[in-house]
Design a protein around this ligand. Sequence first.
Ligand code: PLP
Length: 379
Amino acid sequence: MSESVRRALEKALAERQQADLLRRLPGQLEGVDFCSNDYLGLARDERLRRRVADLASRGPAPHGATGSRLISGNHPQLEALEDRLAEFYGAEAALVFSSGFAANLGLLASLGGLVSALLCDRLLHASAIDGCRLSGARRIIFAHNDMRQLEGGLDRLKPGEAAAVVVESLYSMEGDFAPLEQIMALADARGAGVVVDEAHANGLMGPLGRGAVAAAGLEDKVLARVVTFGKALGLFGGAVLCSAALRDYLVNFARPFVFSTGPSPLWALWVRAAYDLLPELEDLRERLWANVAYFRNRAAQSRGNWLPSESWIQCLLAPGAAEVRRVGKALQEQGLAALPIRAPTVPAGQERIRVCLHACNTFQEIDLLLAAADEACRA
Ligand SMILES: Cc1ncc(COP(=O)(O)O)c(C=O)c1O
């Protein structure tokens, strides 16, 4: 390594360390899971394992795609999965990516060829921020879920200017929902498209877990949806749901699609199996909602500074890198895995413990968590 690169490397790491922000890979998760995105417990679900084995036995799929889907990697299993996704979500078409990050990046970066402005909620996920930056479109950022600012941004568009609004249906670090109907109405009135990242709503909200867009009946109105398979589906990967024409466009212009090895056909079987299972998981979704209600009820009586979230993502504010780590450590000592979220993932001063509720969490575990959080906040 050249001397100048080595110095730059050491400096970057030392600065992070000094700011108390150096990240390290943790060991195996220990304690009650209040931090994974495996909201329904599908990552270890026995039924899913059996279904994958069953599908695979009907016609083995290769584990490797062998190339970009535009060269050698377009296996029929991938197209079968996309047909299944389009049908399930009531979309004209679907295009799979190897991660939700790649789906957001591919979609939003290539939208730059279609629109000249992107109106972005301030709290978009890093993958959407990077995609919007790469698009080259003018970015108009509005305060989180602030409809007046969104309206103001739309008013700033030039007459006839092509634009799209980019939001998440359920925000990953706040746990609050976007007012999708209002966003759609505002965008529609100005002829702007709407892109919705459904990462944390997928599999959980709406009929059969089809997401928040389906719950609001907006399937035919949005420009595109991004769904991920790494959260409630317990797997990994993602997809863009959109019109057939936009899918054709992405196949031509989305660089993470064009210039990347296609997803594994065997993986496509896993994902299809998870979608076959989703309609049978109503009981788990109900248990998750019951846990949310129980948590909210109990949190209202606690002394911790819990953000007002109605979802399975709950946040305890503990501002400051050292403070949030102290609270996280106190929870871990009680056998509770709820991890501190620090800057730059959230703005400095808004550090928090992010709690993910799961269908399998018991009321007793939730009581334990809230009591431990109370205790840690008092200390
Ligand atoms: C809102 C949101 N969008 C997209 C992603 C990226 O999805 P994936 O983990 O499948 O790459 C995440 C991941 O945390 C997310 O929270």
